[in-house]
Design a protein around this ligand. Structure first.
Ligand code: XMP
Length: 321
């Protein structure tokens, strides 16, 4: 299926929003639609578009998969509540950790998340709410990278030949599929979303599990969550495209208080990019790098090594998994 890209230079946000609201209303008609909000710019834009199109015929859920950043579920739900968009918080932590148990292979992890999300969690929510449609923030880069076989992005279904009606019991609507990230930010701004949303660095659908090399357990996610908080605090002012912490699978020998400490390794990445297709590492100052290493080894239990990625994409990718 060929998707016609709307380039940022050709995008007229007001017209785009009006057209998409019309399309969503037409497709959904009198039925009910659901969507998952993660607080990222894509899902936030879709939530606002669908809210404007459907009002109370839209049911928005925040799925707490146990893989989100510190305090994220509560913060996002209350932000949307303030804008008049009701969001139901669904605790699905156990389902996701059970699905991920024992899996180390990146693509198997992504598949486990896809199944947990679309089949187990959303399959049930759709039945419960009586919805026939799921609205989705899929963007053009997600589609291209999945089709090219770089990564199975968790949200690509129909483009891979998956009949969602048959597999999960609902149809998927993807209003942002012709846009890349920078164009989605423009639309999000025009939709009246606050700057903390429309300028938010990207965050992957599989959340922190895309940053845990090896098995994803609640304890390992907690380690990467703590490191992520420090990286975000320290790099917020860099205006980089994206910055993140990754937990490595192998441990290394360290020394603490004069004693051997066999501990974890955290890798920091900070990216310059326009659209995530190609990216290069930010030339961070040594002062910043040193502060990151000091804070992460002091504040995140068990970490004895912090490294900075200096590889471009390609051949690296932005996330580790
Ligand atoms: P990679 O790691 O493929 O990431 O270079 C490119 C951009 O996409 C984000 N990303 C995802 N976004 N679902 C998403 O919605 C996913 O499964 C996913 N995996 C990666 C990543 O954070 C980066 O901005």
């Amino acid at each position: 299926m060929k998707i016609d890209e709307i380039k940022i230079a050709d995008l007229k946000p007001e017209k785009f929003i009006k057209d998409k609201i019309g399309e969503i209303s037409n497709i959904v008609g009198d039925s009910i639609a659901v969507n998952a909000l993660s607080g990222g710019v894509d899902s936030s834009a879709v939530t606002m578009l669908a809210h404007k199109a459907l009002a109370n015929r839209l049911k928005t859920y925040f799925i707490d998969n146990g893989l989100m950043r510190a305090d994220e579920p509560q913060r996002v739900v209350s932000l949307f509540k303030k804008m008049g968009v009701p969001v139901e918080l669904v605790d699905a932590r156990e389902q996701f950790f059970n699905a991920l148990k024992g899996i180390k292979d990146p693509e198997e992890k992504r598949e486990a998340i896809t199944q947990a999300f679309y089949k187990d969690v959303f399959g049930k929510l759709v039945k419960k709410s009586g919805a026939r449609y799921l609205l989705h923030g899929t963007n053009l880069t997600d589609v291209e990278e999945t089709i090219a076989g770089v990564k199975r992005q968790h949200n690509i279904l129909e483009q891979l030949g998956i009949d969602t009606q048959e597999e999960y019991g609902y149809k998927v609507i993807e209003p942002l599929i012709q846009l890349r990230k920078s164009a989605i930010r423009k639309v999000a701004k025009d939709l009246g979303l606050p700057e903390e949303i429309y300028n938010r660095p990207p965050f992957p659908g599989p959340a922190l599990s895309a940053r845990v090399i090896g098995e994803v357990t609640p304890e390992r996610v907690e380690t990467v969550r703590k490191a992520t908080k420090i990286v975000e605090e320290e790099l917020r002012n860099t205006i980089a495209f994206q910055y993140l912490a990754i937990l490595h699978d192998d441990k290394v020998t360290g020394v603490r208080g004069g004693k051997r400490d066999f501990g974890f390794q955290i890798e920091v990445r900070c990216w310059e990019s326009k659209d995530a297709v190609v990216a290069s590492p930010t030339r961070l100052s040594y002062d910043i790098l040193e502060r990151l290493a000091d804070r992460i080894t002091k504040e995140v239990p068990g970490v004895v090594s912090v490294t900075y990625n200096i590889t471009k994409k390609p051949p690296s990718t932005i996330e580790a998994v």
